[in-house]
Design a protein around this ligand. Structure first.
Ligand code: NDP
Length: 253
């Protein structure tokens, strides 16, 4: 028996990287998982793997920068799986580069997913998380927000990504104070460099800069962060992990 038996988890950005690994980790521990992202083919492959392992998975193809679609993701999860105990707010983008002369469209994309997408999902999920926290089997519920080392430390060349992730940290702490007394735990995870598709969306010259920065660093793998998320949501009811900063051992800043 897994410790998440009888619970439901929604993972945004489950089509690759950290979200995909987190969905597998929570399913392994007994949660029924709702998988949200835009790439339905990738979600379907993941759902097949989870089901082949004896788990239950629901695919929800959606762009959560659209408020109605984000709300629809939460609604469909609850309609099809019956409840919502855990929300992993993971979907995000990292488009780096100098502020001077930056394509503002890149900022709009990052703010709309890293901030607004997360806020839409959090807002829609909260009534269901509060209800789950009042019911068996756990009498506690979780929202895990994926920030970054970039949400702690600002660097030249990461200004707007820094702004979005610092925003996620501030929102998480304020929300934590609002709902923790009702047994909804709000946790912040701040990974350093993880080997995923994240950097690949940058312009070629920026990709090169990122590659050079982490050339000699043995990066984290998505399952390392998934393991952290699983640890956070399987703590006893009286114990809340508020924040986890996780760097590759060799990463300095
Ligand atoms: P990936 O690029 O592999 O995953 C990002 C996920 O977000 C994808 O599943 C993508 O799915 C989804 N996504 C992006 N835009 C949307 C959208 N509009 N609607 C729904 N889903 C969307 O990168 P990671 O796994 O690395 O990133 C996950 C999180 O971890 C991000 O918040 C990132 O900032 C954070 N992080 C990553 C680090 C790293 O080094 N990799 C370090 C620190 C933090 P699809 O394209 O199918 O919609």
């Amino acid at each position: 028996m897994g410790t998440l038996d009888g619970t439901v988890a929604l993972i945004t950005g489950a089509s690759s990287g950290i979200g995909e690994a987190a969905a597998e980790a929570l399913a392994e521990r007994g949660a029924a998982v709702a998988l949200a992202a835009r790439r339905g083919d990738r979600l379907n492959e993941l759902a097949k793997r989870i089901e082949a392992g004896g788990g239950q998975a629901l695919v929800i193809e959606a762009d959560i920068t659209d408020r109605e679609q984000a709300e629809g993701v939460v609604q469909k999860t609850v309609e099809e799986l019956g409840r919502l105990d855990t929300l992993v707010n993971n979907a995000g983008m990292m488009l780096l580069g100098p502020v001077v002369g930056a394509p503002v469209e890149e900022w709009e994309r990052m703010v709309s997913i890293n901030v607004m997408g997360l806020l839409y999902c959090a807002h829609a999920a909260l009534p269901h998380l509060l209800a789950a926290a009042e019911s068996d089997p756990r009498r506690v519920a979780d929202m895990v927000n994926i920030s970054s080392v970039a949400g702690r430390v600002a660097r030249s060349g990461s200004g707007v990504y820094n702004a979005t992730k610092h925003g996620v940290g501030a929102f998480s702490e304020a929300l934590r104070q609002e709902v923790t007394g009702r047994y909804v735990r709000i946790s912040l995870v701040e990974p350093g460099a993880v080997a995923t598709e994240l950097a690949g969306h940058n312009r070629p010259e920026i990709r090169e800069t990122i590659q050079q920065r982490f050339e000699d660093v043995e990066r984290l793998q998505a399952p390392d962060i998934a393991d952290t998320i699983a640890y956070i949501v399987t703590r006893p009811r009286h114990m809340a992990i508020n924040e986890m900063l996780i760097r590759p051992t060799q990463q300095l800043g």
